[in-house]
Unconditional design. Structure first.
Length: 198
């Protein structure tokens, strides 16, 4: 799997992520959340067609990072109902997180739309082509999400997985399944793993 290089991200973007999402770290500019944000920024820039969809919104870190790196014509949809799971770290998204998500979306001024739904419910009526699907729910739904959502990915579309560096969520199974179906391995950025649809 190819490791992405850090590359350059605009200082304005890095400053925003540090101020909005990394204040709990001793060094807001060098921490796992910042690394994830920069990785998403670069991955979003690879998308040439289709929407970008994030499964698992929390406070908007992923959505803002993706929308910051995406072409202006591309909309980022972030899906979360804030009422269905406790993630693997014990976090339980709540109304305060939802309020902060909506505030961050509004303040960002970016093309981000929140869908108040579980991933399982949202995919039932989904019709738009997807250029990048970012799985970040923090629970055990990765296989179901891959099966349900990947049919909407365009050829060359990216399925991106987070928090999978320790294989806690069986992303290795997703990789084996995707490769057997003719997919290829995509860029890796620390805890971000990707497979590319043929």
């Amino acid at each position: 799997m190819k490791q992405m290089t850090n590359g350059e991200a605009p200082q304005e973007f890095i400053d925003r992520i540090a101020a909005w999402f990394c204040q709990s770290f001793d060094d807001p500019y060098h921490n796992p959340r910042m690394a994830k944000s920069i990785g998403l920024y670069h991955l979003a820039g690879l998308v040439k067609e289709g929407a970008i969809v994030e499964l698992g919104s929390y406070q908007g870190n992923g959505a803002v990072s993706l929308a910051s790196g995406a072409q202006r014509s591309i909309t980022v949809f972030t899906v979360d109902d804030f009422d269905h799971h406790v993630d693997w770290m014990g976090n339980e998204p709540n109304r305060a997180d939802k309020a902060l998500l909506l505030l961050n979306i509004r303040e960002s001024g970016l093309h981000i739309k929140w869908i108040d739904s579980t991933a399982e419910q949202a995919v039932e009526g989904w019709r738009l082509p997807i250029g990048l699907l970012f799985w970040d729910t923090g629970d055990s739904t990765i296989h179901d999400s891959f099966q349900a959502w990947s049919k909407h990915l365009v050829s060359g579309g990216l399925f991106v997985m987070h928090d999978t560096d320790d294989r806690h969520f069986h992303s290795d199974e997703i990789e084996r399944e995707a490769l057997a179906a003719g997919w290829s391995l995509g860029p890796q950025y620390r805890t971000l793993y990707t497979v590319i649809k043929p």
